[in-house]
Design a protein around this ligand. Sequence first.
Ligand SMILES: O=C(O)CCC(=O)C(=O)O
Ligand SMILES: [Fe+2]
Length: 298
Amino acid sequence: MPELTRVRADAALDDVVGTLEEAGAIIIEGFAEQHTLRGLWDDLGPVLARSGYSESGYDGHKTRRLSSLFRRSRHVVPLVTQPLYLESARRIMQKPVHMWVGRARIEVTPTIQISATQAIQIDPGQGKQPLHRDDSLHLRRHPGPTSRVQLMLAMSEFTAENGATLVIPGSHHWDDERPPRYSETVPAAMPAGSVLLWLGGVYHGGGANTTGTPRTSLTLSLDLGNLRQEENQFLAVPRETVLELPEEVRRLLGYDRCPPGLGWYEMQDPHLLLERSESELAAVPPNLIGLGSPPIVS
Ligand SMILES: O=C(O)CCC(=O)C(=O)O
Ligand SMILES: [Fe+2]
């Protein structure tokens, strides 16, 4: 089995994008700053410890999961905005698409958005999770364009014995008839503070924890902006919290529209809702697609 490529947080963006496109996965060591990791433990650790086990075998009877992470911790922000993650996701998913509007050939570039957030703690005794592709949520067909780039932060060390995520490198190139096998996986063993990044079409699953201590992680996904978010971020993150976030993160949470015209509010860019009062918003002329007016050509 090919090993996972490992780089440090000072790696070049081109190299990370190249590895992700070819192998579908990469480990970046030293990704999270120490104070971010400590802050995540402070904010999420106690709540995670009180969270019950999942009811479903797929999610794990010995696995604790905690969601709504942008509501629970401001330390999630530097993870999603770390350029090796955010810019890789942009480069891989924000590919221009052309279309005809009348006789005008226009190119539009989709947005990307935060989809799901979870802290995942695999406790001793948890078995392997079934191998799966996370982009199956959107019924994607393979091989095909990538619609998700996912991050898994090791909040504690990941080892082959304690449940490190199992990954099949290159499996995003497979078609939809080939089933995944555990014998084809490699464990994403990595020190705390490292991340595994992988594409939505790559087969993976949580590993078994045969040790006496939990494996703790945080995962979040960036999806193409024209798909439904896995976790309903409008319900998960209250407006007061959204208002404290930088504009780029607000837009990633869904206060944005994906060209040519998805996600509008009052026929406008929904981010205006965060910037203006209702009455100011009513005075803004409708601009449904936000592309300007393509020329009318006979
Ligand atoms: O916890 C892990 O290592 C993987 C979890 C996962 O892939 C999932 O729940 O979709
Ligand atoms: Fe998964």
